[in-house]
Design a protein around this ligand. Sequence first.
Ligand code: ZN
Length: 218
Amino acid sequence: MSSSLYLKQIELGPMGNYVYFVGDNTTRQVAVVDPAWDVGRILSLAQEHDLTITSILITHSHFDHINGVEELLNHTSARVFIHKAEAEFMNAVWGGMVKVDGGDSTRVGNVDVTFLHTPGHTPGSQCFLVQGHLISGDTLFIGACGRCDLPGSSPEDMYVSLTHTLAKLDDRTLVFPGHNYAPKAYSTIADEKRSNPYLQFQSLQDFLHRGMRIVKMS
Ligand SMILES: [Zn+2]
């Protein structure tokens, strides 16, 4: 019997970051995705909703996604899950750090979270797939994708992550991005395939020549 999903989207900080609680509605155990900006608020929300934070999931290591990890670790005994390529890329060590690869999974309460390696924005960017919900970090935004002109970025990898990994997910998958950059807070893979220009390019060459001129998001 599969356990019921708990998912909460929280907008924090000056850059419109979305932090998430994702986990088990029955046991009230949750992971925090990309803890940043206001750990006091994250902890008080957890308390208010009777949640125990057991894990920290990192989509990627940019400052606006991880600046609360250290402080959150001071208040919980959570383990930190980061892609192995991202751990190498950012060259930092947290206590209780678990390096994962695409296809691995972990349990939060009785809910399984699967890691998808989606390089492009950074070498170890990853998305989390949980019971038909995709937490997509700075790989896939609503109507856009993450920047590919930063240190460690690769537009070629981004193209593969978008077209070979994310676009192949079930059309009904709900998409929860890493930033509030769109009029709506979440989307579906079907809607993104229909309207997101970065999922429309028919070839890598087309993506590189036309797509990469207009990416301006973090
Ligand atoms: Zn980023």
